[in-house]
Design a protein around this ligand. Structure first.
Ligand code: NAD
Length: 593
């Protein structure tokens, strides 16, 4: 097997395998032919100023390595690859704050199934110790000025943009998403860092409130950091979900301990590395590692506030555990997000937007559209336009920005999506396009899929698929469309396509979802960092982004002072009560709240 590798300052990184990804990058194999024995450099090509080399690893493909001692290394292990430079992987894994279990788990690249890393596992005791360390560091951090803390976020902003290629490589290697969707994460972290870096002072400033009596009582409300904020994050947006929720916690004077999903630890660790480089002092951002039911629960037991992003099932358990400790939590959970395409929608724009809404990150996105209600009058025209766009989508396991969709993150996710589609078809649903895995592209690829005839009783009708699958329904009246959009127990995101934006806004008020996007699927609300984002009903509690996204990490303290003694002086209690009553009536008359 041949691989193209780029020579970097500290090793090599995989560009692609010969021949397929080579074709995708437009490069030409310089020399072909196999050799027995050791890896052999069979070609070089100057590129990107650093140089590419074509390496022949004889017999590699068929052998699965069983090494448990570190990241798989093709120089030692014929089944492995340089999907990531082993030294880089070792460097990142050194960033796990504590992992004394002696256990590791192996992560693999969704594009190829090849090993990526042997990640060390933390114990519950490690998590408690890490939180203690964070709490000690937090005391001095909370004493610093907000603008000092904000500088770290603004430095992170620049680093993330400067290092975007390296970050996207990691995101793609671990999640299998397409390059353009990896870029969404880079952009979201940079936007979040910029927003809170520039607005934290305003959000955190103590503010006066109305006292009981004008001129006599003064009240000021302060915001104090909670202490240690725990962040539990999923694999689907491994960079921004591990990083963005923690930034407002940090700038408001908290320490952060994160437990990213086990599948995507390297990406999360690279975020922690960038924060250190941005000037963050030790122990204020620590990463622990391991299974949610052990390491996640230990974090809920030790943190002073918990921000969880993941499934509704896990979210219920997290919320219950936090409630037992009486610590606050925000829960960003799942969705079964509807899109309404109204009679007056611009069909081409709606079809183009629907592709983005349904298939970004291969549908593994909390705000992805999984149900579409299309006005009867334009249904056929819309479906034709939608299918035509899907047919021209490019699926590939590569790093090209031209690729429209990557793959599922894991075999479990692929199995879930396949089962949803197969069951629906067995019960009478029709596949308009897609419907099958595509192992020829990579082991975890599934086609972008559109179904008709989905009905209650099929899992896909109400359960989140979290894959590139959407069900289409006709509607005749908008009231019916809104009622069906609200049928789900979830309430995360919805979208409405209409030429009449005012009508879209009015309709949005009837939809019970935390975000509603008009003439787009999810990007405008996701990218508007000043506005709150989160779910109604079973899609969550609390909000990320905006003032709400930073205030959740603070405790409120009201400091009140009075110019006069509150107790009656020289008056009987009864006379005082009469005076008080007159004052209350007067305040209402002058409309003083
Ligand atoms: P998941 O709930 O299985 O896991 C999420 C995280 O929780 C992981 O880090 C996991 O290790 C941890 N975890 C698992 N069990 C735990 C427990 N008992 N206690 C503490 N932590 C535990 O979710 P998933 O399937 O990996 O992620 C996909 C889900 O996340 C989808 O439902 C998706 O909609 C949702 N999601 C929501 C948002 C949002 O903003 N609303 C964003 C991304 C993903």
């Amino acid at each position: 097997m041949f691989t193209w590798e780029r020579v970097t300052s500290n090793g090599f990184e995989l560009i692609g395998s010969d021949p397929q990804p080579l074709e995708a990058t437009g490069r030409r194999a310089i020399r072909r032919g196999s050799s027995g024995g050791n890896p052999r450099i069979v070609g070089r090509e100057p590129a990107d100023g650093r140089g590419l080399r074509l390496v022949d690893y004889p017999g590699r493909v068929s052998v699965r390595p069983e090494s448990t001692t570190g990241p798989a290394d093709p120089m030692l292990d014929p089944g492995a690859s340089y999907a990531l430079d082993p030294r880089r992987v070792r460097g990142l894994l050194g960033g796990v704050a504590a992992a004394t279990s002696g256990e590791t788990f192996r992560t693999t690249a969704p594009f190829t199934g090849q090993p990526l890393a042997e990640v060390p596992v933390s114990t519950a005791a490690d998590v408690a110790a890490v939180c203690d360390r964070g709490r000690r560091a937090q005391r001095a951090w909370a004493e610093t000025e907000v603008r000092h803390r904000a500088r770290v976020l603004l430095a992170l902003h620049d680093l993330v943009l400067d290092r975007q290629a390296e970050i996207m490589d990691l995101i793609q290697a671990e999640s299998g998403k397409a390059r353009k969707h990896a870029f969404e994460e880079v952009a979201h972290v940079a936007m979040t860092a910029r927003y809170y870096g520039l607005t934290a002072q305003r959000h955190l400033r103590g503010a006066p409130r109305l006292g009981a009596f004008p001129g006599l009582t003064q009240v000021r409300v302060n915001r104090a950091p909670k202490g240690v904020v725990g962040i539990i994050s999923p694999w689907n947006y491994p960079f921004t979900m591990a990083l963005s929720d923690g930034l407002p916690a940090l700038v408001s004077g908290n320490a952060v301990v994160t437990k990213p999903d086990t599948l995507t630890m390297l990406t999360a660790l690279s975020g922690a590395e960038l924060l250190r480089e941005a000037g963050l002092p030790d122990d204020l951002w620590q990463v622990v590692s391991g299974p949610g039911p052990v390491v996640g629960t230990a974090l809920i037991d030790a943190a002073d506030y918990l921000c969880f992003t993941g499934s509704t099932t896990t979210g219920r358990a997290v919320g219950a555990q936090a409630a037992r400790r009486l610590v606050g939590c925000s829960l960003e959970l799942g969705g079964k997000n509807p899109m309404l395409v109204l009679r007056d929608a611009a069909i081409g724009r709606a079809a183009e937007g629907a592709v983005r809404a349904c298939f970004s990150s291969a549908g593994q996105m909390c705000v992805s559209t999984e149900r579409m209600y299309v006005a009867d009058d334009i249904y056929d025209a819309f479906v034709a336009a939608f299918l035509q766009r899907i047919e021209s989508m490019r699926l590939a396991a590569d790093r090209s920005f031209e690729t429209d969709m990557g793959c599922m993150v894991s075999a479990a996710q692929l199995a879930k999506v396949t089962a949803h589609v197969d069951e629906a078809v067995a019960k009478g649903a029709r596949v308009l396009i897609g419907g099958r895995p595509r192992p020829g592209i990579g082991p975890l690829f599934f086609e972008p899929t559109v179904l008709e005839g989905v009905r209650p009783g099929m899992s896909i009708f109400a359960d989140e698929s979290f894959g590139p699958v959407v069900s289409l329904y006709r509607f005749t009246t908008e009231a019916d469309a809104v009622a069906r959009a609200n049928e789900s127990g979830y309430g995360l995101n919805a979208s409405i396509y209409t030429r009449d934006v005012s009508r879209g806004r009015r309709l949005a008020t009837q939809i019970r979802c935390g975000t509603v996007n008009i003439n787009e699927g999810y990007v405008p609300s996701f990218a508007s960092i000043d506005s709150p984002m989160g779910g109604m009903r079973e899609s969550g509690l609390g909000r990320r982004q905006g003032p709400e996204g930073i205030h959740r990490y603070t405790d409120l303290q009201a400091v009140a002072s009075s110019r006069v003694r509150v107790a009656p002086v020289g008056l009987s209690d009864e006379a005082y009560a009469r005076l008080f009553t007159r004052s209350l009536r007067l305040l209402k008359r002058v409309r003083r709240p």
